[in-house]
Design a protein around this ligand. Structure first.
Ligand SMILES: [Zn+2]
Length: 430
């Protein structure tokens, strides 16, 4: 049956940063937005009408830096059944479902363990499980390094331009949507020094040349300034973290001039520096405190320089991705600028801004309707009860409105329940 929706009365934030449109009508036909107006005409025949008066309509959120498969599995007690690797697929699916429920309609995954995420991407595309659109990098391409051992299964280590080219081609073969490289080590691995450049200029140049010739974009993990500089000079498309860039205004100017994107990932520095479960090695916590300070200075300097910023949560739990949007606001962006980072600029980071990231005729109808005004109160994006409706490719797929048949029930964050009946094989349960 034809999918035709007529959404009326909303306050429309279109994702471009322009002023909101009051009492907007948004027309959806099949998968795309086909019209926007404010004339308030009644719903034409053949369209399903959804009244959005008092609510805000905006593009579905794009998270430009996630690790969908990087989460802690539940621990089991002695004597309990071990959790087979195959069970992890269901947890991956649960994480994707939570993200979609919270209005995240596209994610760019910048590093996954093994091929699990490729299977999840396939399952989402086939409609087997609900989830955001997923862009994958295959394996992260890195120099032979301690990180390659620490993040076993996530990296493809390679040394010298020829191996780098081969490693890049392997990701095309695997089905990558883009290429991710490590220009520096990772702060989250105690054995790595994230200050010096870990890849050589020639290695980075080779990956970028190979990827761009074949039509792929390149994302670069950048902590220390030396690797960040090489990435920018050799044409990488998105700078991930980039926290030391405030020290090099000329590099920020170059990013702004060439309209390349910085993904500041403030949340990952909060995670390690706050060290809530006392889980992190002490040396890394101290480093993260300093890096968090630098990352905030870089957001401020990048904003002043006019660098496009994209929202990347790079953190857990899945579904709370908009916490990064809130943190960008606290770091000095206006709520509107933070929303642009989480929509239009995120889509640019993904290379799919021609299709998603804005509410405009011709764009795919990935939309989120929220209760209230996120410009006045961005934190409402963290409240599932206020994520009223999520529309994906023109179809309502999630949100409080779809759960409202029994109003007043508490929003279930996790979407997971455990069975109170014990698993005691072969024993009667009295
Ligand atoms: Zn990351």
């Amino acid at each position: 049956m034809a999918n035709r929706l007529y959404l009326t009365g909303a306050r429309l934030i279109d994702g471009t940063g322009g002023p909101p449109l009051e009492r907007a009508t948004v027309v959806i036909e099949q998968e795309r937005v086909t019209g926007i107006d404010t004339s308030g005409e009644s719903t034409p025949a053949g369209f399903a009408h959804i009244d959005l008066a008092g609510r805000t309509l905006m593009p579905g959120l794009v998270d430009a830096h996630v690790h969908v498969t990087a989460f802690d599995m539940p621990s089991v007690m002695k004597g309990q059944e071990a959790i087979a690797p195959e069970v992890k697929h269901h947890f991956i699916a649960a994480g994707l479902r939570r993200m979609l429920r919270m209005g995240i309609t596209t994610v760019r995954d910048v590093g996954a363990f093994g091929d699990d995420l490729l299977y999840a991407r396939r399952a989402v595309r086939l409609g087997a499980i609900p989830g955001p659109r997923i862009l994958v990098c295959g394996r992260i391409i890195a120099a032979t390094s301690a990180g390659g051992r620490h993040f076993a299964g996530m990296y493809r280590e390679a040394d010298g331009p020829d191996e780098m080219r081969k490693a890049t081609r392997e990701q095309f073969r695997r089905g990558a949507d883009f290429i991710k490289i490590m220009t520096t080590g990772a702060r989250s691995c105690e054995l790595e020094n994230s200050s010096p450049a870990q890849m050589t200029r020639a290695e980075i140049a080779t990956v970028v040349e190979e990827a761009h010739r074949m039509g792929y974009r390149v994302a670069a993990h950048c902590e220390g300034l030396d690797g960040t500089r090489l990435a920018i000079e050799e044409g990488v498309d998105t700078i991930e973290h980039g926290l030391e860039l405030h020290r090099a205004p000329e590099l920020l100017d170059e990013l702004a001039r060439s309209e390349r994107i910085l993904v500041p990932t403030l949340s990952c520095f909060f995670d390690v520096s706050e060290n809530r479960d006392a889980a992190w090695a002490p040396g890394l916590v101290g480093l993260a405190v300093r890096q968090r300070e630098e990352a905030h200075r870089t957001v401020e300097a990048a904003r002043r320089a006019g660098v496009p910023l994209a929202m990347g949560f790079d953190s857990q739990p899945h579904g709370k991705n908009a916490l990064e949007l809130v943190r960008l606001c606290r770091a000095g962006l206006t709520p509107m600028a933070s929303i642009v980072a989480a929509t239009t600029t995120g889509a640019m980071a993904c290379g799919i801004a021609a299709h998603v990231g804005r509410v405009a005729p011709g764009q795919v109808a990935d939309l989120v309707v929220v209760d209230g005004d996120p410009l006045a109160d961005p934190e409402l994006l963290l409240d599932g009860a206020r994520i009223w409706l999520v529309i994906q490719s023109g179809r309502p797929v999630a949100g409080a409105a779809l759960e409202a048949s029994l109003p007043g029930l508490p929003f279930r964050e996790a979407g997971v329940t455990t069975d109170p009946v014990p698993a005691l094989a072969g024993r009667p349960v009295s």
